[in-house]
Design a protein around this ligand. Structure first.
Ligand code: SF4
Length: 500
């Protein structure tokens, strides 16, 4: 059937996109890049457009970056033989800030006066264009359009003597979200922005120290989970395993991204000291308490709606059934970089399990509604399969605002909750009823008594519009500083077609 609608995105894409995953290891044997490839494979859901790995063997840095998945680029002994050494960092990427292209794939590397410097960054710098403009006016020449390169230039031009002080000096000028893994000839340094918006955890693999965006990557490489890198914490690790931690930003209240609990992290990860699976199941329980429904079956929108649907079924007593089957050969269509690729995938992705849903009153559970495109399609698929009623319950509050912290969101005019109230949203997706978990319900599900409105415990800006940091570039664009409007290519030396 044709779902063309004046407000629909052609792609049918209806998820927020996490931008990146990072992984790093120092110590152990000479095959650090192999461990990095395995760790990145476990983080593939955080970015499927491109992958890069840098290694260091005690004297030289080696980097290989590629468009595509981890397995197809780093799945062989030969590909990893090009990356020797006992320190390595890697990055999986979904293209947002800076656009597609090999020169924006990380880790980024530069030869600084102090020696080699490689960086892998998860997050987004919300004053990158402003900083970049200043740097270009002072003569800086950029090799990429990635905002991560701004950090390299700030480090390169810092007048502080040590690498740690240079990095801290640079990051004091940066606003926004970052989880960084840095390699220099002296060892590895990692840091998380003062509010810890983007995740980063630490583990041990024998004598080696390992860092990753999610604990699932530690599990997969066989490392033990030690702890999360705290918000605002810098950790330096030397080749002999010596570790030093620093907290240069003082005590800033933490605001980690609550959407990691809702959708971004894998359910088998631990985020902010909580099982993501437990959080999702608890959201379903809260949703059932807040928005009960007369129905015969609870049906998850697979796969991301499954834990919340289990919680909803458990709390409501309504049987859980797999009324929608997802094809596992289509992939996560929404993380493809081109609209054409997404559009081809989304229509093949979900199919109704007619034998289960025919004649039944269904409660559909999904993790979120962004544009409403997929939700409308799924409701129609249920009706086409003979469902008597289709009720929709959403395991997050309405997503009505954009994210500026490393998550790709459509502009507000395309967000369903950015332009419609609840009755209009229900009408749009053609459900018999529609309800979202409340903000307090979401906070209860992640272990709080509710949202502390005076000092929120998480970033929830895409739901609340309450941004935890200044948004300098956005404010300047809104004040009509046209030259700042994503003119990130200014000062870039490499021709745009170099990557082709
Ligand atoms: S705005 Fe939303 S997606 Fe972005 S960091 Fe905050 S909670 Fe996460």
């Amino acid at each position: 059937m044709n779902f063309t609608h004046p407000f629909l995105d052609e792609s049918g894409d209806d998820k927020l996109h996490e931008e990146c995953g990072v992984f790093g290891i120092i110590g152990g044997d000479n095959k650090a890049s192999g461990v990095t490839a395995l760790g990145l494979h476990a983080l593939q859901h955080r970015g499927q457009e491109a992958v890069g790995i840098t290694s260091f063997n005690g004297s030289e840095f080696y980097t290989r970056r590629a468009i595509g998945h981890v397995a197809e680029n780093f799945g062989t002994e030969e590909s990893l033989a090009e990356l020797p050494g006992h320190m390595s960092a890697g990055h999986v990427r979904y293209s947002t800030t800076g656009g597609s292209g090999l020169r924006n794939v990380q880790p980024l590397y530069a030869d600084l006066a102090s020696g080699g410097f490689a960086v892998a960054h998860n997050g987004n710098i919300s004053n990158a264009a402003t900083l970049r403009q200043d740097l270009v006016e002072k003569g800086a020449i950029f090799q990429s359009t990635s905002d991560t390169e701004v950090i390299i230039h700030l480090v390169a031009t810092s007048r502080y003597p040590t690498m740690l002080d240079k990095l801290i000096d640079a990051l004091r000028m940066v606003e926004g979200a970052y989880a960084l893994i840095v390699m220099t000839p002296r060892g590895m340094a990692v840091c998380r922005d003062p509010m810890g918006i983007r995740p980063l955890v630490m583990g041990k693999l024998g004598d080696a120290t390992v860092f990753a965006s999610e604990t699932v990557a530690l599990d997969v490489v066989g490392a033990t989970f030690e702890r999360q890198v705290d918000p605002g914490e810098f950790i330096e690790v030397d080749f002999d395993g010596t570790m030093r931690t620093h907290r240069p930003f003082g005590n800033v209240p933490a605001r980690p991204c609550i959407f990691e609990h809702v959708y971004f992290s894998r359910p088998d990860s631990i985020f902010n000291k909580r099982s993501v699976y437990d959080s999702r199941k608890s959201i379903g329980i809260e949703l059932a308490k807040e928005s009960p429904c007369e129905a015969d079956l609870v049906v998850p929108v697979p796969d991301s709606g499954v834990p919340a649907a289990i919680g909803y079924a458990q709390e409501s007593g309504i049987p859980f059934e797999l009324g929608i089957i997802r094809s596992h050969y289509v992939g996560r269509t929404f993380i493809q970089p081109s609209d054409g690729a997404r559009h081809a995938g989304v229509k093949r992705k979900h199919n109704a399990n007619r034998a289960i849903v025919e004649g039944k009153r269904i409660v559909l559970i999904d993790d979120s509604i962004v544009r409403g495109t997929t939700s409308m399609k799924i409701v129609q698929i249920m009706r086409d399969a003979g469902a008597a009623e289709v009720h929709f319950r959403v395991a997050s509050p309405p997503t009505g605002h954009g994210c500026y912290y490393g998550v790709d969101t459509p502009e507000r005019s395309k967000l369903l909750a950015g332009r419609m109230d609840l009755p209009a949203m229900r009408e749009f997706i053609q459900a018999d009823s529609l309800a979202f978990v409340s903000m307090d319900g979401l906070y209860r599900a992640v272990g709080m008594a509710g949202r502390d409105n005076a000092c929120p415990q998480y970033c929830d800006a895409c739901f609340s519009g309450d941004y935890p940091t200044p948004l300098t570039d956005l404010a300047r664009r809104e004040h009509g500083e046209a030259q700042l409007t994503l003119d990130v290519s200014k000062g870039v030396q490499t021709p745009e077609n170099e990557d082709a």
